[in-house]
Design a protein around this ligand. Structure first.
Ligand SMILES: Cc1cc2nc3c(=O)[nH]c(=O)nc-3n(C[C@H](O)[C@H](O)[C@H](O)COP(=O)(O)OP(=O)(O)OC[C@H]3O[C@@H](n4cnc5c(N)ncnc54)[C@H](O)[C@@H]3O)c2cc1C
Length: 447
């Protein structure tokens, strides 16, 4: 159905498709299919449905929740061959793309006509739009620009039955029927296979500026974030790194970051040259008043890009110092950020775990990353306890167990703690309505 050259079935070829970017989780696909068109996707899904075979849609496999791990075997469907930007329309300010286009490639295609695709996951050079839609990916610009869901106008979707439907379209306003587009966004490959997406674009900002403030403690940086937002600015970037992350990023990228600081706040804005500069100056002033040890601002776009690139490489930089990195993704209401940061420090310290924390401070979204040696059984058990306690604390503070990475296999046991049994049962009924035989990404969301 997809052409002989587009099937992988040799055990050695299947190994990488049994895993994704999540450590400690591994499954085993029976076969991998790489379709090249919607018709080929539909043909494979129809057969899977008829024979009751599991089918796991997969983009670049960069997710951090074991969302593509095929634990019960089945067909892994890699959408990476469907990698065409079909249209970029300047007048309508939208793009139509196949699911295997990377986020960065869409960004470059928009840039070529003076437009801009704001969602900006750290993995943008590798991850795909299909994966971004299925996880509702966020990123470094979430505070000002929102997340993937805010840009999805319409989808083409192959259902579990093999039928192809379209949701939404090219319209900004369209309230005909339930909003299935939004339901599919974040559904983690459990309700259908996305085969095409129509995405809203924005005018490309004229300039962007970035600054760095160093603080003695992470709590001081979090307090500065509160003060910045209370002042009434809405910056494009408000990211933080703790001392562990500053050290590993500096080792990796060699940007001259200050290693003796307890925390770093990366702040930035875009817009006209004057507005971006003003916003960054205002934020720098607020950080200074909040006790920052030192502040630097990047005047050139290239310099600003270097700083953002350094922030994006935090996870790979952490992965260089420990073979196993368990990265969590809780989010809390912004005023509770300091409490959450302090709770993570207390939990990991009590359990004797090494941890680096970074995240999207403006969104209240933290990535505490536990650093483990490969064969340390004690540390693994302690890490499980730490994760459970971190989730419980996030829920207690009115937050969520996942701000942007999704539920996958790793967070599924904790979902009921956040949603409650009735809510979870409704999700399961929605799943059954879309996929009665339960073939799409089984054992994940909705199962
Ligand atoms: C270094 C690093 C940095 C990261 N930074 C961020 C960040 O800043 N923000 C963020 O949100 N995430 C981040 N991530 C996580 C990850 O990159 C995102 O979740 C991304 O959206 C996954 O895209 P993917 O193409 O790799 O999808 P995959 O990992 O292949 O799949 C993810 C999910 O999408 C489903 N899926 C994939 N394609 C389709 C399709 N066509 N139709 C239906 N379902 C599909 C899969 O079944 C699975 O459930 C980061 C990961 C890494 C490794």
């Amino acid at each position: 159905m997809v052409g002989e050259g587009n099937v992988r079935s040799h055990p050695a070829e299947l190994i990488s498709f049994g895993r994704d970017a999540t450590p400690l989780h591994e499954g085993s696909a029976d076969v991998v299919a790489l379709p090249g068109s919607t018709a080929e996707v539909a043909a494979v899904v129809q057969v899977a449905n008829r024979r009751g075979l599991a089918l796991i849609p997969r983009g670049a496999g960069t997710n951090l929740a074991a969302a593509t791990v095929p634990i019960g075997g089945g067909i892994v469907m890699s959408l990476t061959r469907m990698d065409q930007v079909l249209e970029v329309n300047r007048g309508e300010m939208l793009a139509v793309v196949q699911p295997g286009v990377t986020t960065a490639e869409l960004g470059r295609a928009a840039d070529r006509v003076g437009l801009f695709y704001p969602p900006d996951p750290g993995s943008r050079e590798t991850c795909t739009i299909g994966g971004n839609i299925a996880t509702n990916a966020g990123g470094l610009r979430g505070l000002k620009y929102g997340v993937t869901r805010d840009y999805v106008l319409g989808l083409e979707l192959v259902l579990a039955s093999g039928e192809t439907i379209r949701t939404g379209g090219r319209l900004i306003k369209d309230v005909a029927g339930y909003d299935l587009t939004r339901l599919i966004v974040g559904s983690e490959g459990t309700l259908g296979v996305v085969t095409e997406a129509t995405l809203a674009l924005r005018p490309r900002p004229e300039a962007s500026t970035t600054g760095v403030a160093y603080f003695a403690e992470l709590a001081h940086a979090a307090a500065a974030v509160d003060a910045i937002l209370a002042f009434g600015v809405l910056p494009a970037t408000l990211e933080f790194l703790d001392d562990v992350c500053i050290g590993v990023v500096e080792d990796y990228a060699g940007l001259g970051l200050r290693r003796d600081a307890g925390a770093l706040l990366l702040f930035g804005d875009d817009g006209t040259e004057a507005s971006a500069r003003l916003c960054v100056e205002q934020m720098a002033e607020i950080c200074r008043a909040g006790g920052a040890l030192e502040i630097t601002t990047a005047s050139q776009i290239a310099e600003a890009e270097d700083l953002l690139a350094a922030r994006r490489c935090t996870l790979p930089a952490l992965a260089r110092v420990a073979p196993i990195t368990i990265l969590e993704d809780v989010a809390v209401p912004r005023p509770r950020l300091v409490e959450m940061v302090e709770a993570v420090a207390e939990i990991t310290e009590k359990l004797g775990l090494a941890c680096g924390t970074f995240g999207h401070a403006g969104d209240g979204n933290l990535h505490p990353t536990l650093l483990l040696e490969r064969d340390d059984k004690r540390a693994r058990q302690a890490a499980e306890q730490a994760v459970a306690r971190i989730f419980a604390k996030a829920i207690e503070l009115g937050g969520t167990i996942s701000g942007e990475h999704g539920i996958g296999l790793t967070k599924k046991p904790y979902l009921v703690d956040q949603l409650g049994a009735d809510h979870l049962a409704l999700l399961q009924r929605v799943k059954t309505a879309f996929d009665p035989a339960g073939i799409l990404n089984p054992a994940k969301l909705g199962s």
